[in-house]
Design a protein around this ligand. Sequence first.
Ligand code: AMP
Ligand code: GLY
Length: 434
Amino acid sequence: MKVLIIGGGGREHALAWKLSQSPRVKKLHAAPGNAGIAQVSECRPVSAEDLPGLLALAKELKADLTVVGPDNPLAMGLVDLLQQHGFRAFGPSASAARFESSKVFAKEFMARHGIPTAKFGSFADSGEAQKFAQTIHGPCVVKADGLALGKGVIICQSPRDSALAISQMMDKKVFGAAGERVIIEEFMQGEEASIHALLDGKTYKLFPSSQDNKRVGDNDTGPNTGGMGTISPVPMVSSALMQTVEEKILKPFLRGCAADGLEYRGLLYPGLMLTREGPKVLEFNARFGDPETQVLMMRLESDLIDALEAVVDGRLADTTLKFRREAAVCVVMSSGGYPGDYAKGKPIRGLDDAAKLPDAQVFHAGTRRSGNDIVTAGGRVLGVTALGADLRAARERAYDAVARISFDGAHCRKDIGGRALRFMESNPGSECKA
Ligand code: AMP
Ligand code: GLY
């Protein structure tokens, strides 16, 4: 079959890499893709947000399945558009993608269906929001309702901070329409974890646990980024905890969708905070995580195309996802200055040398080809990913591969997986296999 992948980041390279191994995928295309995706598929220069252009491309290629990577085209209704024209597409409809594109929608759904999450208030009026925020002593979190390039979440230490955040979002409209409504919620403490599940409207299948590191600097310092590195599995997520996630989050999610007349087909990735009272949902994402996908695809043993088709066709119950027992670690190499301003066009050296390492895979995020070179073209440049018998071995191999690659201004965190290893040392027997 012919598959078209929408997007051009590390997540899409990992999906394309895995799909390219399927004997059932005869031809793989990507729009717009990147230099790494181009190694396993044919890339077309159509933006992931150009809906008419993507529909025309699906028609031209006669795509049997279109896999949508990023959140924006989902929220804009790409899956709906393709389906209206008779094309099969993987990803939720715009209406179901509101779990990610509207935090107010997601929080109200969780409140209605008893899914554990931080206590919150939602506001469309800045005066009301200000009044509520002044009643909170201690830290709180102010969130813009809509998609804001990952920048719409502000952790506030005092009523003064929250007053400023509310006025920036609601009065000064720094996030445009995304800030017309805001959520103000309780600050939660704990370890974060990413849970990925495929949903076909009736049932779900889980991926193993993973964990992202969102701050740019070691020991979780500096500003938030799109994600600087991931591990899977997460030793802090025991199998008992995974069961709690199923009972308290995934099953009520499906029941809630049925009660509200909503159908969710695609990948659902709840970001969790593991609090002392149990796991609570920080947010729902309506797509695969980036760079979580990089570690999950390295561990997925079964054919991804079978799973994606089962979701689209509503027969997930008959499908089994098989995973390798090995652990995986992904270390992101980013451009110097990211998540602020950074230079582009820097030649990347050592990719071939890194590729020689067994069980290591360099997923491209912001790269493009320039003559004979592959050069940097984004903030997150590469997701250097490795499998190993355990987290320690996977981590060593991933950093081994990182050491072989260089470009001007390259930055990476040196501590991906470090907290997990310390946790395992102080909790013998915690090394989970999922
Ligand atoms: P979100 O986009 O809602 O996941 O928020 C982005 C990041 O902000 C999360 O990954 C957390 O690190 C942090 N965050 C969001 N909400 C809270 C909260 N209620 N308490 C503590 N940290 C939070
Ligand atoms: N790993 C963060 C995200 O994909 O949103």
